[in-house]
Design a protein around this ligand. Structure first.
Ligand code: AVJ
Length: 320
């Protein structure tokens, strides 16, 4: 596996310092995903309330062949997956392409070397034709390294991962992808749609408590990696959803006024009672929002697939 940027640890410390020093405290959601966070996310994905994975899987399982046909060409191709996912959906697409004699190089890019290894164990056995070339990197940094042209590329960003960005960040990110693309390349993106707010609220507040543990894992991680003394039971997971904007937001509420020392940062952070550490946003989309986003970044929607409940969409975008 190729590691593109080895400085993850230093960057985590910097981001925690920066995020907890702000008047509105926050920690970037990408730090959920250490080995334990990856496992918790797997549990979230199998929880009955978290519909996103099932919906996207349904699209890949029932429309995989159409998806493959929408992406096929007569040139050699690489599939660059930003954030590696669990491999199931990707394997359906790769298998559908293989049936059409389209054996693409598959390059999953992920910040978690742990999940890249799991992915390799899941995908490679039984697929001797698969050229698997994982890249361990922050995909934001890596995207700047792609020279458009040469081999045809299809960038893939599934699972409504885009929703973790604010709309400004999302446009910046989409422009980075656009800049890495040459005419004829494509972008396959999975987006969670607006729907009954209670369905969305339940998805971020599962009864088994996986989402709560997933959020609190950020504090566990600071305790372990940065020698922090967060008391986990003095913080509560608070998910909220605003149907008008489509923003689902998660945070950790301090139940009491308290000071928390993080030794590796040589810092003590003060928390007022009820103060929130913002941990994640998960944007829900509608057609208007998708139109605004795609065109702001220079894309047009070429094909759109939805699941049977109209909860989720996978779309092929091309350069306008
Ligand atoms: C992987 C970013 C799509 O926002 O729904 C799941 C992560 N957070 N439960 C999402 C997540 C809480 C997930 N994404």
């Amino acid at each position: 596996m190729r590691t593109w940027n080895p400085e993850f640890d230093r960057i985590f410390a910097e981001h925690v310092l920066e995020g907890l020093s702000r008047p509105e405290k926050s920690i970037p959601s990408r730090y959920f995903y250490d080995a334990r966070g990856d496992r918790l996310f797997q549990s979230i994905m199998t929880s009955p309330e978290y519909y996103l994975t099932d919906c996207e899987l349904e699209i890949f399982a029932t429309r995989g062949d159409e998806l493959a046909r929408a992406l096929m060409t007569d040139r050699s191709c690489e599939l660059v997956e930003l954030g590696s996912g669990d491999g199931l959906k990707t394997s359906l697409l790769l298998d559908a392409l293989h049936e059409h004699h389209q054996d693409w190089v598959y390059r999953p890019v992920d910040i978690s070397d742990n999940s890249l290894e799991l992915l390799e164990q899941r995908l490679v056995p039984g697929r001797p034709w698969l050229d698997f070339q994982a890249i361990h990197a922050n995909y934001l940094d890596l995207l700047r390294e792609f020279e458009p042209g040469g081999v045809r590329r299809v960038f893939m960003f599934l699972g409504s991962n885009l929703g973790n960005y604010s709309s400004r960040q999302a446009i910046t990110f989409l422009r980075l992808i656009h800049a890495a693309m040459a005419p004829g390349d494509a972008f396959l993106v999975g987006l969670d749609l607006k729907k009954d707010p209670d369905v969305i609220r339940a998805a971020y507040n599962d009864a088994a408590g996986y989402t709560r543990d997933f959020n609190l894992n950020l504090l566990t991680r600071i305790n372990r990696e940065l020698d922090g003394d967060f008391k986990l039971d003095s913080f509560e997971h608070v998910p909220v959803y605003d149907p008008a904007s489509g923003v689902a937001r998660s945070g950790l509420r301090s139940r009491v006024e308290q000071n928390v020392r993080v030794a590796a940062l040589d810092c003590v952070f003060h928390f007022r009672r009820d103060e929130i550490i913002h941990t994640e946003i998960s944007q829900k989309y509608d057609e208007v929002l998708i139109g605004e986003l795609s065109s702001a970044a220079g894309f047009v929607v070429d094909k759109a697939f939805v699941d049977s409940r109209n909860y989720f969409t996978d779309q092929v975008w091309v350069c306008a």
